[in-house]
Design a protein around this ligand. Structure first.
Ligand code: ADP
Ligand code: MG
Length: 232
């Protein structure tokens, strides 16, 4: 099993108010799949993604990724895990505004030992001809494609995409989904994508459905549809 999430619980306290962001969440995922975390706003998607990505910690429970218990790693080993194994794509792109497209992609390539050729990756996402532009010169959809290139160039075994289409119009959202599908197939990268959009879950191998921090459904999708057929 590539990913094992076992009884993951996370509570936030805001003043005296207790918010249970994740409660006893357990599931397992195989390597190379395309998986969707589905749930409305506030259901715990970002909390789950951040814990899987080692940028937030759980109160209890375990996350084992590729044989490594990331919930028990010290800061240094956790940094290594994020560098070597992981790519992250966020809703609002999070590009470095003072760097060009090419430099943004180059900035993560050397974090891992087996990084890919930035030119090849920028061509894959259709942004090679825009390589000398700065983020402010790009549309949201283009920025997200650069953000995907930046995640892919490290050649990670897992890419976490937290609402990657949440700020995009339909056409650009579709393009991003087709691209993630292509990367999943071409590089065999396991992809976990979070969304509130049920239509997107139809392209997933498994659906991880959250409500108020609880896993309310975990099911196989025996016949995932191609990204280009996803519609809403
Ligand atoms: P989603 O991504 O599905 O919208 P989140 O994981 O962001 O859900 O949030 C789950 C719950 O935890 C929400 O009720 C949210 O308000 C709360 N929450 C998330 N992060 C924090 C935080 N840093 N401090 C306090 N509450 C938080
Ligand atoms: Mg969120």
């Amino acid at each position: 099993m590539f990913i094992e999430v076992n009884k993951l619980t996370k509570t936030y306290y805001v003043g005296n108010v207790k918010v249970t962001a994740l409660k006893d969440v357990s599931f397992t995922l195989e390597k190379g799949g395309f998986y969707v975390v589905l749930g409305p706003s506030g259901s715990g998607k970002t909390t789950l993604m951040n814990i899987l990505g080692g940028i937030d910690s759980a109160d209890s429970g375990k996350v084992i990724i590729d044989g490594e218990d990331i919930t028990s790693l010290d800061a240094k080993l956790l940094t290594n895990y994020r560098r070597e194994k992981l790519g992250f794509v966020f809703q609002f792109y999070n590009l470095i505004n003072s760097l060009t497209v090419y430099e943004n992609v180059l900035s993560t390539k050397y974090l891992s030992k087996n990084g890919l050729d930035p030119k090849e990756v920028l061509e894959t996402v259709g942004m090679w001809e825009h390589r000398d532009k700065f983020p402010f010169e790009l549309s949201g959809g283009e920025q997200q494609r650069v953000a995907i290139a930046r995640a892919v160039v490290k050649n990670p075994s897992l890419i976490l995409c937290d609402e990657p289409t949440g700020a995009l119009d339909f056409e650009n959202a579709k393009r991003v989904l087709e691209l993630l599908e292509d990367i999943n197939r071409r590089y065999g990268t396991t992809i976990i994508l979070s969304t509130h959009n049920t239509a997107i879950s139809r392209m997933s191998n498994k659906i991880i459905r959250l409500r108020s921090g609880e896993l309310i459904e975990f099911k196989d999708n025996p016949s995932p549809i191609p990204a280009k057929e996803v519609s809403w």
